[in-house]
Ligand binder design. Sequence first.
Ligand SMILES: Nc1ncnc2c1ncn2[C@@H]1O[C@H](COP(=O)(O)OP(=O)(O)OP(=O)(O)O)[C@@H](O)[C@H]1O
Ligand SMILES: [Mg+2]
Length: 388
Amino acid sequence: MIEFKNVSKQFPAGFRAVENLNLTVRRGELCVLIGPSGCGKTTTMRMVNRLIAPSSGHILIEGVDNATLAEEDLRRKIGYAIQQIGLFPHMTVAENIAVVPKLLHWEEDRIRHRVDELLALVGLDPELYRNQYPRQLSGGQQQRVGVARALGADPPIMLMDEPFGAVDPITRATLQDEFLQIQSTVGKTIIFVTHDIDEAIRMGDRIAVMRDGKLVQYETPDNLLAAPVDRFVRDFVGADRQLKRLGLIPVSDVMNTDPPRVFITDTLEAATEQFTRHNVKSVFVVDKRDHVLRGWLDREQMRTGRSLIDAMHEGNVHDIAVRETASVRDALSVMVTRSFRVTPVVDKQGRLKGSITLNALQEIIQSRAADATNGDGVELGTTAESRP
Ligand SMILES: Nc1ncnc2c1ncn2[C@@H]1O[C@H](COP(=O)(O)OP(=O)(O)OP(=O)(O)O)[C@@H](O)[C@H]1O
Ligand SMILES: [Mg+2]
């Protein structure tokens, strides 16, 4: 879909911002460009929509050299969310979003309809926001408008230069989730620039790591974390990369889908039998009707209770369990915080769907580390890099 072929950019002063770049972004994929400040990310991106002309090499868009495309084609095909948001301050939100559709001579009605549709898509009520000016919005709202503007003419390709750079970490995480949600329905081909490795791992189908104008490694997030090609990439992804990999595994992929459970209406004898049958130290207690998690029983404490409810540990589902959509890393975090050896997994309604044990986690980490070509960092929290 987007192909860089031997692309270099030398600025007049003689500075080589991009050197012999070869990179292919497949249709519907989100490619993250990442690297230290000044490594050539923005330059690379701006060569795609020809805001910067390469000194040598070619960039193909759907197989066609972008040097041969008409201006209008470029505008129609490629949306651009620039670094630092870059909304026009003297234009309303609606006018900002309408910039490209206007340039493409869309009819007024179609533009108005599109603006409202996009505002709703990025989570801003059109009634409230379409006539506001950028300075009246929070940073997060401005970034949403920036994304809406880039989506304006529904281009198949989006260039997003640190689109969530100017907001606090919590707002950023929300924007990331919202954008991934949008992307799962619109399926654009995206080049996304960031220098935040966590954002890259979360957002990217593949991650291109750049350094001094050169592509150092181009891989899926998991492969990048598993096998950084050199010291630079290894340092860049961070010493906790084995932990970060756990953040990529949905807990639903690895959980035990039939954990030992008893009903809250059961007798203590019935519960004791579960311990023996499954040879476990604890079992979950659920409602009989819909299996909503109510708490758990510890084997040791069984003797002291007179009834099951007496012996049970009650817990707020949100504190003791993780959702099906959580990552293995989230599950680990619950275990560490609460000193659990097993974490229940629940659905949105709090119904018990599975469980994951610390032992199972350890096995996952060990097998994944063995996969990695330079399989260091086997134990939790003591990767090779963090040892003195
Ligand atoms: N118009 C220009 N003329 C001369 N040099 C330039 C020009 N634009 C960028 N450069 C240089 O090219 C290099 C790459 O710049 P670029 O903006 O692509 O970096 P970046 O990776 O996007 O950095 P950041 O993370 O800070 O945004 C930098 O050293 C920059 O100074
Ligand atoms: Mg930049």
